[in-house]
Design a protein around this ligand. Structure first.
Ligand code: ADP
Ligand code: MG
Length: 305
């Protein structure tokens, strides 16, 4: 067995600063010729020169600036960054809920313009329907897509088994704990059989024990289903516990500051020394960005005093 320090060295050797190639675009009339077609074909999700500026405030706010990122099929990618750095915005762009100011989002080489059932967003508030049973919540998306009754029934059974909630099929969501509700949301998302799961701080409101359990379950489900996951969190340990790769965003505007390959064996545990060492490494970089975010907060408070 490798000693702790050897493992730490192995992590340190392996983590690398992002070397995102400059992805130039050639404009020709209305036609945008995109470079690196082979790379695009390989990436499940490709973000190219992605920027988003909010215009609704008195002053325009550049939330994301020139993000370039490829996510491989079946990859578990975690994105971390301080509050307000544009993490949710980035996920909304991939979900097709918002349009970028500049740049492109591709899924399987096809540009994203609208939401689609190939990408499902799961967030902390869950959006479960309290008037429906657990089973009917899971079936909701399938019903919308006119999936036949027998197939729906089979899939409800399958996905509730996957999240260990079979015996709660006929319960209502208010009868469940927070962790169980989060698993219902996961089952509902999986039942739509999306290629890409977009998760926006889904476990942030859960207690530590429930979160541990959900980490185990999500890792197992990911391994069993081969889905591509983009998982947002501000918790660096959680990112290292789950991710094949962790991307760190800068504070406003959100840019890719650094990427870390997490080449640690699975299953991982939050309390593993190797997980802690990797998290510390990332936290050093993140701290700089958190400080910038605090300074910005103080400055804006100062301005209103
Ligand atoms: P994060 O998820 O990393 O906390 P967000 O993506 O929610 O960050 O927001 C990024 C920045 O954009 C923040 O400064 C936020 O205040 C701002 N923002 C988010 N949504 C809107 C909006 N609809 N209109 C104007 N500004 C917004
Ligand atoms: Mg957010």
């Amino acid at each position: 067995m490798m000693s702790k320090s050897a493992l730490q060295r192995s992590f340190t050797r392996k983590h690398r600063i992002a070397t995102v190639p400059p992805k130039r675009r050639k404009e020709s009339g209305n036609l945008t010729v995109l470079p690196y077609p082979s790379q695009q074909a390989r990436a499940k999700v490709a973000l190219q020169n992605l920027s988003l500026q909010y215009k609704s405030n008195a002053r325009p706010l550049l939330a994301l600036d020139d993000i370039n990122l490829d996510v491989k099929a079946g990859e578990f990618l975690c994105i971390v960054g301080p509050s307000g750095c544009g993490k949710s915005t980035l996920l909304h762009l991939v979900a097709g809920l918002q349009r970028p100011t500049c740049g492109h989002v591709f899924v399987d080489g096809k540009e994203v313009n609208t939401p689609g059932s190939d990408r499902i967003l799961i967030f902390q508030e869950l959006g479960l329907f309290p008037w429906l049973t657990v089973g009917d919540n899971v079936a909701f998306g399938m019903k919308m897509k006119n999936v036949p009754h027998a197939e729906r029934k089979e899939k409800i059974g399958h996905y509730l088994r996957l999240v260990h909630l079979s015996q709660f099929k006929d319960s209502y969501t208010h009868q469940l704990s927070g962790g169980m509700r989060q698993r219902v949301a996961l089952a509902r998302a999986l039942a739509a059989e999306p290629d890409v799961l977009l998760m926006d701080e889904p476990f942030a409101a859960l207690d530590a024990q429930t979160r541990d359990l959900l980490h185990d379950e999500l890792e197992r489900i990911w391994a069993e289903t081969g889905r591509t996951i983009i998982f947002i969190t501000h918790n660096v340990r959680e990112a290292v516990r789950l991710g094949d790769r962790v991307v760190l965003l800068t504070f406003r505007p959100g840019r890719v500051k650094r990427e870390f390959d997490i080449d640690l064996p699975r299953p991982r545990f939050l309390e593993d020394a190797t997980v802690a060492a990797a998290a510390r490494e990332i936290l050093n970089d993140l701290r700089e960005e958190i400080n910038k975010s605090l300074e910005a907060q103080y400055a804006s408070h100062g301005a209103t005093l």
